[in-house]
Design a protein around this ligand. Structure first.
Ligand SMILES: C[S@@+](CC[C@H](N)C(=O)[O-])C[C@H]1O[C@@H](n2cnc3c(N)ncnc32)[C@H](O)[C@@H]1O
Length: 336
């Protein structure tokens, strides 16, 4: 259990502009020590569906991989020229923290920093609280129910803002980036990891080719997964999210490089984006990941001829172009 001291909440309350209350005040021990400015169910429901609420436990066990996120963060810090040892008393905000994939590595990499974990789903934060309860670092970690689109903190409050796979759930990630530009200290970084359109649209094309192949004998769950994938990527293209369906979709965006570069320019931030994949067979490797996470299957879930088509796509591009391609990417923004 986290000790919820008055000192811990006052540290974060000083930096936040709205009054915070303890969600556990009404007696739910799972929520004790999780603070919130107070959100109504409609606001939460626009962003957070069953997978991050009543089905959160299944999501957490399927996606828990702190070693992977640790490696992603280390590479991002190296790319940004950010040396954790030089920020011993850093103040860090993590957005859409979920159950701790980014928080646990952040607490380890910045052993004296104050870290604020945040998520709009109090249920996800309750899982994070449980995970933190077993670590020494819990005393340095605040837990805040927060809509990442409304960063109501005082200006220049944070040295570092991170977000692992959160922006693509938002209706207005532009508001988040504007907020980051405001609440970062000069010289501070905001680092996000997100899905991108160009690589995923190519994957959707090759999956459609696989489905269309005459006499294709795909396992029904794989065929259905590919069909949904292609439809999902198609839906998430573009910047206009006003259609009612986006109020019910967890995954709303597949980003482009241009989107972040334009926003960074508007807010005076520098912007670096690089792919998370290596240049060696990125489409084949990403398909393995999708099969494993989406269906719990290994390579044998797809017939050899289908792998051959995916490898042809990998072979169609030079290493240079594969290094430009983004399936999932890291976005590093810096306030000068
Ligand atoms: C894909 S999960 C990522 C969780 C964690 N960062 C990780 O890497 O495992 C996305 C998280 O964003 C949260 N989320 C969705 N919409 C949000 C919003 N508007 N504000 C804050 N968090 C949000 C979800 O509840 C969920 O925990």
């Amino acid at each position: 259990m986290i000790e919820t001291t008055t000192a811990a909440i006052s540290f974060w309350q000083e930096r936040y502009t709205r009054p915070l209350m303890d969600l556990g005040a009404a007696g739910d021990a799972n929520l004790q020590g999780i603070f919130s400015p107070g959100y109504d169910a409609t606001t939460v429901g626009q962003y957070v569906q069953a997978q991050f609420m009543q089905e959160a436990e299944g999501y957490v066990s399927r996606y828990a991989n702190t070693a992977y996120w640790h490696a992603l963060l280390v590479r991002a810090f190296e790319t940004a020229g950010l040396r954790p040892a030089e920020h011993p008393r850093g103040i860090i905000l993590d957005l859409g923290s979920g159950a701790g994939n980014t928080i646990l590595p952040l607490l380890e990499l910045f052993p004296s920093a104050q870290v604020l974990a945040s998520d709009l789903s109090a249920m996800m934060l309750a899982f994070l609280k449980r995970a933190l309860g077993r670590t020494q670092a819990a005393a340095r970690c605040g837990l805040l129910q927060l809509n990442a689109e409304a960063l109501d903190f005082h200006p220049a409050s944070f040295d570092l803002i991170t977000g692992g796979a959160v922006l693509h759930h938002l209706l207005h990630p532009d508001l988040t980036l504007a907020g980051c530009a405001r609440i970062l200290k000069p010289g501070g970084h905001a680092i996000f990891f997100e899905p991108f359109e160009n690589g995923n649209a190519l994957l959707a094309r090759v999956y459609a080719d696989i489905l269309r192949r005459p006499g294709a004998q795909l396992p029904p769950d794989v065929a259905s997964f590919f069909r949904h994938f292609a439809a999902d990527i198609n839906l998430r293209k573009g910047r206009d999210k006003r259609a009612p369906i986006f109020q019910k979709l967890d995954d709303k965006w597949c980003f482009t490089r241009r989107y972040f570069q334009e926003l960074a320019g508007q807010h005076g931030l520098s912007c670096t984006i690089y792919p998370l994949h290596t240049t060696e067979n990125p489409f084949e490797k990403q398909t393995e990941v999708y099969l494993r996470i989406g269906l719990g299957k290994d390579r044998t879930g797809l017939p050899d001829w289908a792998w051959e088509l995916i490898r042809e796509l990998d072979g169609a591009f030079s290493d240079d172009l594969k290094a430009d391609l983004l399936i999932e990417g890291c976005i590093i923004l810096r306030r000068p």
